[in-house]
Ligand binder design. Sequence first.
Ligand SMILES: [Zn+2]
Length: 268
Amino acid sequence: MGRKNDRSSLFRYNRQMLFEELGEEGQLKLLDSAVVVAGCGGLGANIANTLVRAGIGHIKIVDRDKVELDNLHRQILYDEADVKQGQPKTTIAAKKLSQVNSQVVIEPVVVQMNADNIEDIILGADLLLDATDNFETRMLLNDACIKHGISWIYAGVMAAYGNVFTIIPGQTPCLRCFINDLPPDKDIPGTETYGVLPTAVNIIANIEVTEAIKFLTGKKEALLHKLINVDVWNGTWNMFEIEKQDNCPCCGLKRFDFLDNPRQKLQS
Ligand SMILES: [Zn+2]
């Protein structure tokens, strides 16, 4: 991924640099970072918005969808005009966010992530942030990131709660260490069944970006190192220890089932 490092003005990050864990050194690391945001819906729009404002140097946003009216309650970058105009979400996001911060590169990619393109998409990234809405794609992201040694942050939201877990290849457990496989049918209930509160989306997105800032500035000791579950309705924050599985098909046995034998190929 190409990087554009205009360091002529750091003033805009003044309040962020005053935070003692970051400083100017941390800010320069953020400006020199390249990330992929996988999805530009509720989580992705919120994540992209904060990453751009925080000065992450190169942000690739991947999504093929257009804006629908029932996205607006939680997808903070879009408005009613976007629903009418029918442009892809990533195109709209890049256009709006480039007006927020012209120092960073925002690269919209309008595709459906799949086994054929995901490795090219993540090439050169320092980190990937999960903003997808299904485990089929997350398993694919997990395979591709573990295979190429790229760290990624798993995140998901449903109803009033969500989870975040930061995955560093070779160091932490991966997604398949705790979700070994998917059910045989593809109909895993999601937000279309249980709905989703915008407040849950916002909190999970912000926890995810905080983990990203720690990772990109080299503050690995500050990472949560556990799966965090937040329920905004019941007001609970819980942390769960995840154990690395030696016989994990992905990070243990280095078998990339979702990359090599994606269901769409098996079914066709
Ligand atoms: Zn694993």
